[in-house]
Design a protein around this ligand. Structure first.
Ligand code: NAP
Length: 339
């Protein structure tokens, strides 16, 4: 091994599985572990940034029926990360390549070459921008909700990582009116003043149904739902006939560690012939190239705002994950893994 492939690196492991509650920092363990030398066909990557995603709380809780494996006790957690290839025995990747992959929550990642996807170093303003959630927003609007020009769109958790992309992309795709909900007056102002939403409201300033009706006097055609619960039920009431709801997230459940009460009586769904469709970004990876080109163009033209919060160091990551779901940040939150 040479100087850039140290013998040990830090990783975060799940130490305790919380039972019916949100995790505490003591449920995580920061451990210094050996960095294995890559076997033939493997690469060793020095991680630069990793993503924080509220969905990680469900993997910590070990909920069943998710489209990805839960975190196992005593093992390193995983998640989206971007890093630099340090050593490669795979002919497709070379030392110095910038790659995105799923082996976050650790300083060094070792895996099969095929588990790492090379990205252009200069394509985006920062390597951390490759951890954005624009693709899920784009796929949700285009493929799942079938957004058409002129339609009214409602986005819940609109000041968050996915919601801030969904609202802005809806506008860029020709939505007629874009409405968002968020959890503080500052975030509401952020939506209308910085992200150019037409209307926004504080979901604590309830009932949500009344706030949404005021913001959408002509109804909603497309709902991009990150939350569930009261916000989803309000959206169903305010949707226009043949409206489409793309169910992207479950923040109500993720932030409370309690089951969501769900959409309620479905008679309205029937009467208005609504579509409610859950989806994951993994079903839409064929859009990666197309979205990447659009995103770069929108950034170059100043047509889209992509705000990043950077948390320093793996040791701060567990608390930052809890703060994220507690509403501390706007835009996308990542952890810097190098000093
Ligand atoms: N389907 C997919 O493939 C896919 C991909 C990525 C993410 N997701 C999911 O999409 C959702 C959004 O992800 P993200 O990374 O963009 O997170 P995010 O919206 O940035 O999450 C943090 C925000 O959640 C909001 N929040 C927390 N509890 C809430 C509650 N009970 N009611 C309303 N808002 C609440 C807070 O905003 P306020 O202060 O505004 O309340 C907080 O700032 C998550 O559920 C995530 O798991 C799905």
């Amino acid at each position: 091994m040479n100087a850039i492939t140290p013998r040990t690196g830090f990783e975060v492991r799940l130490a305790t599985r919380p039972d019916g509650r949100l995790p505490l920092p003591s449920d995580f363990a920061l451990v210094e572990a050996p960095v294995p030398a890559p076997a033939p066909g493997e690469v060793l990557v020095r991680n630069l940034y990793m993503s924080l995603d509220p969905g990680m709380l469900m993997l910590i809780a070990g909920e069943s029926g998710l489209p990805m494996p839960r975190y196992e006790l005593g093992e390193a957690m995983y998640g989206d990360a971007v890093g630099e290839v340090a050593v490669s025995t795979d002919p497709v990747l070379a030392a110095g390549d910038l790659v995105v992959h799923r082996l976050g929550w650790r300083e060094f990642a070792v895996g099969r070459g095929g588990d790492f996807r090379r990205v252009e170093r200069d394509a985006l303003p920062s390597p951390a921008a490759h951890l954005g959630v624009g693709l899920v927003a784009y796929a949700g609007l285009v493929d799942v909700a079938g957004l058409r020009p002129g339609e009214t769109v409602f986005v819940s958790s609109a000041a968050g990582a996915t919601g801030s992309m969904a609202g802005q992309i809806a506008r860029l795709l020709g939505a007629g009116r874009v409405i968002g909900s968020a959890g503080t007056p500052e975030k509401v102002a952020y939506l209308t003043e910085r992200l150019d939403f037409d209307a926004a409201f504080d979901h604590h300033d309830g009932p949500v149904l009344d706030r949404l009706r005021e913001a959408a006097p002509d109804g909603v055609d497309v709902c991009f739902d990150n939350v569930g619960g009261e916000q989803l039920r309000a959206a169903i009431e305010v949707m226009n006939v043949h409206g489409r709801i793309a169910v992207c997230g479950a923040l109500n459940r993720q932030s409370t560690a309690r089951p969501d009460e769900g959409p309620g009586d479905l008679l309205t769904v029937l009467a208005k012939r609504l579509t409610i469709r859950g989806f994951t970004v993994w079903d839409h990876l064929e859009r990666t190239g197309e979205f990447g080109t659009l995103f770069r163009r929108w950034l170059d033209e100043g047509a889209i705002v992509h705000d990043l919060n950077v948390i320093d160091g793996l040791a701060a990551a567990p608390q930052a994950l809890l703060d994220l779901v507690g509403g501390a940040y706007r835009g996308k939150t990542v952890v810097r893994l190098t000093s």
